[in-house]
Design a protein. Structure first.
Length: 505
């Protein structure tokens, strides 16, 4: 007979600290930076930024010992193999993506945060990065929702951190309201799923959804649908994308870059986990829905990007915002294909996301460089950039060609072919056709911007440059890192494309 003391002891388990080290390290550094801000004099506030960079580098290094991808912790002790935190290959790849994106955002921000409250800025950025690193490892709905909100809530404040800036405040409000609605809808869906299955662990939900009692089947279906709608907001899928352009334009430029890559990775990671891991038995529901969302998202994003005027203030950032919406449509394609052709299709989304993260952050880095002399940051301000900053112009041209999927951006071309193949393999021929048409549409505005970089500088109608002395070294490092990474991936595309067609779970 088991005594009460023995029963209590059996519930105690050890924590795998190495498995949870990456997000914990970032969270610890965030607290350290916030406390240090109280004692560091104003003249030495830039040191906080370098401390944040060091913390992110350390977190990235801690992923290396986990490369086997077979560690789990916070598991149930009732005999089932259900855990709340799993460091599998999917987790590690996404953690590398979000922490790398946060690191490049930090490099962009150093020297660009002199008018911002340094301690609060770095604390919020690191806190959001900690939530983003936790989310792909979450294997129960409670942890998933908490990680999503830890990643999102600091982002609201980061968007509106420019005090006294009306545009920044408006962007933060739109971002906040849309995200709150998404969270409310998602929580309602999660509660329905829990009511129907009696568990929050994703693997347990997958098993129990196969055998939901008849009187609870409608509740389960509604829960699945509402949960997907919530994540559609987070991924900026049309028609839930309306917050993106104004949010990117109003936010500090490094934060816009962060949202376009890390924020998107967070949303897609959660969407992959709930669809492929928790709701595989409802693939006939979410598969067609995501296919339609993918087609609509890429079409809306590309058509809106076509309409951007080169002389409109901040049109460069606005075009990158609409481009990110279109790219979200491409990222949705393999997830929809997974409903028809199995989990291995998810690797195509991961491969495409890695390519997109590198080149999109690079494009934002060059935009931050141009914004130092042309605060209006219009597309017209990039005309003749090669004459004044040849290396920056070459880097920007390379990034835009990668996004377009044209040589010499080989990695962009191969990534698009991989996504296209996933749709064909899943029997979604109509979606492959829609994607092909949208790729052609996107060529127009990507090539038009690229061509402007190498034209002779315009003499009339452009903003007069503002004199700035030098370029911050971290900004130069960010451009160099993304350019080198993009060139390396184009030279060896198998580095990223090996994830395509591989089961990461």
């Amino acid at each position: 007979m088991t005594t009460a003391a023995e029963s209590t002891t059996s519930l105690v388990q050890s924590v795998d600290w190495l498995a949870i080290a990456p997000p914990v390290t970032v969270a610890a550094v965030a607290l350290a930076v916030l406390v240090a801000d109280l004692f560091v004099p104003a003249a030495r506030k830039p040191l906080l930024g370098y401390g944040a960079v060091a913390g992110l580098v350390a977190a990235l290094a801690l992923i290396i010992p986990l490369h086997e991808g077979d560690r789990s912790t916070f598991c149930l002790t009732t005999g089932t193999r259900a855990c709340s935190y799993t460091a599998d290959h999917f987790t590690l790849v996404i953690q590398a993506l979000v922490l790398g994106g946060a690191l490049l955002t930090a490099l962009l921000s150093i020297g660009d945060t002199r008018k911002l409250p340094a301690g609060e800025f770095w604390f919020l950025l690191l806190s959001s990065a900690a939530g983003a690193a936790l989310l792909p490892a979450a294997r129960d709905l409670a942890t998933l929702v908490v990680a999503l909100e830890v990643a999102s809530l600091p982002a609201f404040a980061l968007v509106g951190i420019k005090r006294g800036d009306r545009r920044s405040s408006e962007a933060a409000l739109k971002f906040f309201l849309s995200s709150v609605v998404a969270t409310a809808v998602m929580l309602l869906g999660v509660s329905f799923v829990y009511a129907a299955t009696g568990t929050l662990h994703l693997t347990e939900i997958a098993a129990r959804l196969d055998d939901v009692p008849g009187q609870l089947s409608t509740l389960a279906e509604a829960g699945v649908a509402l949960t997907l709608v919530g994540f559609a907001f987070k991924t900026a899928a049309a028609p839930f994308h309306f917050w993106v352009p104004d949010t990117y334009v109003g936010a500090p430029l490094p934060i816009a870059a962060y949202l376009s890559v890390v924020g998107k990775a967070v949303g897609f990671s959660g969407l992959i986990l709930v669809t492929v891991v928790a709701f595989p038995s409802y693939a006939d529901v979410w598969g067609p829905a995501l296919a339609v969302l993918a087609a609509l998202t890429m079409t809306v994003g590309n058509v809106a990007a076509l309409r951007q005027s080169a002389t409109r203030a901040r049109s460069a950032v606005r075009l990158l915002a609409w481009s990110s919406v279109a790219q979200a449509g491409y990222l949705l394609v393999p997830i929809a294909a997974a409903a028809y052709a199995g989990d291995r299709q998810i690797g195509s989304t991961v491969a495409y996301a890695l390519m997109y993260a590198v080149v999109n952050l690079g494009a934002f880095a060059v935009a931050a460089l141009v914004a130092r002399t042309h605060p209006g940051n219009r597309i017209a301000d990039y005309r003749g950039l090669y004459a004044t900053r040849p290396l920056a112009a070459l880097a920007m041209g390379f990034f835009l060609l990668c996004l377009a999927g044209l040589p010499p951006g080989i990695i962009g071309l191969f990534a698009k072919v991989t996504v296209f193949s996933s749709a064909v393999d899943a029997g979604l021929g109509w979606l492959a056709v829609v994607m092909a048409v949208n790729v052609v549409i996107a060529l127009y505005y990507y090539l038009k911007w690229t061509a402007a970089l190498f034209r002779s500088p315009a003499e009339d109608g452009t903003e007069q440059p503002v004199t700035r002395h030098g370029t911050p070294a971290p900004l130069t490092v960010a451009i160099v890192l993304t350019a080198v990474a993009g060139i390396a991936l184009s030279g060896a595309p198998q580095t990223v494309l090996r994830f395509a067609g591989v089961n990461l779970f």
